[in-house]
Design a protein. Sequence first.
Length: 312
Amino acid sequence: MAEENVKVLIIGSGPAGYTAGIYASRANLNPVIFEGNQPGGQLTQTTEIENFPGYPEGIQGPEMMEQLRQQALRFGAEIRSKTIAEVDFSKRPFRCVDESGDVVYADTVIVSTGASAKYLGLSDEEKYRGLGVSACATCDGFFYRKKNVAVVGGGDTACEEALYLSTLAKKVYLIVRKDYLRASEVMQRRVREKENIEILFNCNTLGLFGEDGVEGAKLVEFKGTDKEQVFDIEIDGFFLAIGHKPNTDIFKGQLEMDAEGYIKTAAPTTRTNVEGVFAAGDCADPIYRQAVSAAGTGCRAALDAERFLMNN
Ligand code: NDP
């Protein structure tokens, strides 16, 4: 079991973590970033990013994250392909243990662990995981060329996933539980203009069926009303796009969180309830959840950590 001391430990590696790494390394704080099991975070699973300032023609998500990573490395951030499994924030330096049992004592910690895709909670999602159920169209869409697929959700992510899949699949059903889409106007328009996307409003998924993989989904329309009807659609792929859950389980009982598990910070700073621990990005953002806002809070967290170290 190895032990070491660091001034700034950054847990997580999306736009928030890498930006914190850029600022902390430029401040000579020798930050160590634990990338976790999805280096680069959620944006490595997306296609084109059109709304990050500075890329007038857009940029692919994985490419942008690699650039952020390189920028952090350039100024001396140390990046490890490991996960922090356990933390003790009860006293400083904070004791953090990685997945292999090695211990990092950190004077400050920046939590930027992001968020993960939510599932509906159906037992069939488990049963067919990897056999037709996915929460990432960019990762798995390729397997559904010329097939029928469904995307669940009515937000920007669902529309983005449906549009991406519509370029590969024969037909895309968009399963929306309300009678409207929550997505931005531009995304709604793009979805409506696609001939091979069919929006199923007022529909919920009851289950999935199939022999060796997904062959269809059982849906209910107008659930709980006198118009209620149950019907099947034939699909080979079932994609979830119903929002995200913050990756904050290991901080439960130590950092204050809201009911959904988002870490509470003292706005406009990134300070948590534990002095010396800061939170940035989606793990502390139930509202905006944008790459650019995550990068912005990553910058703030590094500056907050720097000030904290100066004063302590
Ligand atoms: P959202 O929370 O915006 O949307 C989630 C969708 O899933 C809603 O339509 C919601 O329905 C539905 N949903 C939630 N739970 C269930 C359930 N149990 N069963 C069925 N449907 C369910 O999440 P997104 O991931 O789409 O977006 C998150 C944020 O990221 C937003 O601010 C969005 O604008 C942004 N974003 C921006 C993009 C861009 O600008 N290019 C791309 C992707 C995301 P209901 O409406 O009924 O609650």
